[in-house]
Design a protein around this ligand. Structure first.
Ligand code: 13P
Length: 334
């Protein structure tokens, strides 16, 4: 079996999934600001994102004792992959715990010119060189996130095709550099659309993505797919139940995701930790020919971040919250 196939399978080993801890400096500041609103008045000072505070927070997560039972890999940000924990590089520190290091390689989603409110993910320039460096730093897998908006007249064919093309070019470069690509086309939950509309757009998006992956000769046994669940828009007056979400999600994937893909690792996309856990449980109750697991950012981190609130004395409570949530999400994959 190829190394890439082994890595892809290890990332979706039974009861295990991925922690997405690859927030950019701007995004992690947003997460820090959120706890300022939630936490008690003692914590109203807030946390400013710096390389040091970002590392203190991430060290709290990564050093949680026993987390390796539930977490197979961590997606890192460029800043973090170059940092050290206890005198070891972060990838080495994770490796010693039996956790694989991954890296976000896209440069964010930017306005698609001529298409108001639609985005194209950038970062293909010099990607080969960046992947070579990340590999030397210890990355075994990578992530590229494309964003698809649902709205009036959206998504356009142009936005879907441009993003599918970029995902395929990224995946080809990763496989060339012996790095497993996580292919992430995220249809956003934002908006008043219903479950059916999300299903149509997710189907259309995934079809375009797999067409492009085929065109660019991607080995589908050496990737992981990181999609949204098929879910009602956040502002929809009718919110589908976990069972309806699971049924629509599995129907969609059976139609468009080839069986060779070893695993589907969902993003949480703004669902609460409980919703993301409940929906993943319902999805696994139906099941499919792929491992159905997680690559959650917010759903794994939210409770731990709130408990931590930037305070040294809260570390063990925060780690307990993180461990408990990871255990619940892992159980959802049973
Ligand atoms: P969320 O689970 O918070 O959506 O983050 C996952 C992720 O990596 C988005 O790219």
């Amino acid at each position: 079996m190829s190394t890439l196939k082994q890595t892809a399978q290890a990332l979706v080993a039974p009861h295990k999934g991925i922690l997405a801890a690859d927030e950019s400096s701007k995004t992690i500041q947003k997460r820090f600001d959120k706890i300022k609103d939630l936490a008690s008045s003692a914590y109203k000072i807030g946390i400013t994102s710096t390389p040091e505070t970002n590392l203190a927070y991430r060290k709290m997560l990564f050093s949680t004792s026993g987390i390796e039972q539930y977490i197979s890999g961590v997606i890192l940000y460029d800043e973090t992959i170059r940092q050290e924990i206890d005198g070891q590089s972060v990838p080495k520190y994770l490796e010693n715990k039996g956790i694989l290091a991954g890296i976000k390689v896209d440069k964010g989603a930017w306005r698609l010119p001529n298409f108001e409110d639609e985005k194209i993910t950038e970062g293909l320039d010099n990607l080969r060189d960046r992947l070579t460096e990340y590999k030397e730093l210890g990355a075994k897998f990578a992530k590229w996130r494309a964003v698809i908006n649902i709205g009036e007249g959206m998504p356009t064919e142009a936005a879907i095709l441009a993003n599918a093309h970029a995902l395929a070019r990224y995946a080809a470069l990763c496989q060339e550099q012996d790095i497993v690509p996580i292919v992430e086309p995220e249809v956003l939950m934002d908006g008043p659309h219903d479950l059916q509309r999300c299903k149509e757009v997710t189907t259309q998006t995934l079809k375009a993505v797999f067409d492009e992956l085929k065109l660019y000769k991607i080995d589908l046994e050496e990737i992981l797919l990181k999609p949204n669940m098929v879910i009602s828009g956040k502002e929809s007056s009718v919110q589908a139940s976990a069972e309806e979400i699971a049924k629509a999600t599995i129907e969609t994937f059976k139609e468009v995701v080839p069986q060779e893909v070893p695993g589907i690792v969902f993003l949480s996309g703004g669902q609460t930790p409980d919703q993301a856990t409940e929906n993943l449980t319902a999805i696994n109750q139906i099941g499919g020919p792929w491992q159905l697991s997680y690559s959650y950012g917010r759903a794994l981190q939210d409770e731990a971040l709130t408990a931590w609130a930037g305070k040294e004395e809260n570390i063990s409570a925060a780690q307990e919250a993180f461990l408990q949530r990871a255990r619940k999400v892992s159980e959802a994959c049973s």
